[in-house]
Design a protein around this ligand. Sequence first.
Ligand SMILES: *[C@@H]1O[C@H](CO)[C@@H](O)[C@H](O)[C@H]1NC(C)=O
Ligand SMILES: *[C@@H]1O[C@H](CO)[C@@H](O)[C@H](O)[C@H]1NC(C)=O
Ligand SMILES: *[C@@H]1O[C@H](CO)[C@@H](O)[C@H](O)[C@H]1NC(C)=O
Ligand SMILES: *[C@@H]1O[C@H](CO)[C@@H](O)[C@H](O)[C@H]1NC(C)=O
Length: 385
Amino acid sequence: MADISSNSGLKRSKRSKWSIFGSVVALLGVIAIAVGVGVGVSNKTSGVSTSSGSTTSSNPGPPKLRDPNDPSTFVKNPNLKQSFYGMSYTPEGSLLPNCGNSLSAIIQDIQLMSQLTKRVRLYGADCNQSALVLEAIKQTKVDMQVFLGNYPTPDDTTTYTRQRDTIKAAIQTYGIDHIAGITVGNEYILNYLKNYGSEDPNGDVGNKGGQQLVADINDTRGMLDGLKLSKKIPVGNSDAGSYFNNLVLEAIDYGMANVHPWFAKTSIRDAASWTATFFDETNVQPAATLPNKPKMYIAETGWPSQSSDAANANDGVSDASEANLQIFLNDFVCQANTNGTGYFFFEFTDEPWKDEVYGGVEGHWGLFHANRTMKRLAIPDCPVP
Ligand SMILES: *[C@@H]1O[C@H](CO)[C@@H](O)[C@H](O)[C@H]1NC(C)=O
Ligand SMILES: *[C@@H]1O[C@H](CO)[C@@H](O)[C@H](O)[C@H]1NC(C)=O
Ligand SMILES: *[C@@H]1O[C@H](CO)[C@@H](O)[C@H](O)[C@H]1NC(C)=O
Ligand SMILES: *[C@@H]1O[C@H](CO)[C@@H](O)[C@H](O)[C@H]1NC(C)=O
């Protein structure tokens, strides 16, 4: 989803990506609808108070500070609950060549997100975002683990090495206490296949892309070796759920899969159970058959709250709406916690740059608006085990 490594060809990459993904999951979608019987149960077990009025008054903006000079003294909002396993996060202004992020903005984000989760995942390392997030965690003193990201462009090794070096510098400055992993590659195989006109992640083309990415993954392990940290920080990869290459899976400690009921054109009523079934069948079970048994997470899942144009206002069955985002929260979050699924909710805030570049629903997946006030949502109340 978040193509933050390059500005060129963004639109094209987006469109074709989802059309490929959509066609691959169409078949699975049919299967999943037949399996979507857990929905009635999930509504009852969601643990969310949907009593009227609870959402309208719960519109927190950025946290206030008890001591204006100490970011750790932020006032918590009782409407926010630490119910999410993890959160997908891209600090605003972390896209080359127009870096515009700031420590103060990232501190506010960490203050808010720490009230929702103990884990965030980043997509890339450009614009110093690894160090900025780790600095924000240090200053806010929150209990937060980060999966750092390195977002290389296929066939361009400089994007990889540039990000490796800033990740290395961040580790040297901040240590590893708040680093849960380093994710090397985001939608790399998906993009590689698209570039070379192929669809099979484990065909010849997929394996060629896989070998390139494995070299980067190995290189990151080498970097950690050099810091005497090789066994201490897991190295992983993220890709669209249907696009994992086995050479890559065999080289990583963990994989993160994008699993999007919206793009698979499911009904909102089936969205949570479809997500669970797709992830289990497409990612968890196949990974468990490999010798290294990489741990699998859902890298992104969520539901858009609106579309900027009428053509994308629904997925063919259900609307992009805050009401449906609420249903997905109710059905997915507490069940996934109970099931022990590691997932990163997509996403923390709306991203206006994506709306400008792609239109449609792309900029509207946040729990929060871009101005950091919350949408009209009730956050489920169920601690992550
Ligand atoms: C960002 O990167 C530079 C190195 O270029 C570093 O000196 C700076 O302190 C970093 N960290 C933050 C939090 O800005
Ligand atoms: C990656 O490292 C593994 C284990 O050290 C090795 O077997 C493999 O050949 C390496 N692959 C690449 C592409 O560097
Ligand atoms: C949780 O597990 C149950 C039982 O396997 C399944 O029916 C359900 O869809 C799962 N839900 C989520 C959100 O993981
Ligand atoms: C924040 O943005 C939303 C959506 O654009 C808007 O409805 C709301 O009024 C804004 N809130 C503030 C405090 O600016």
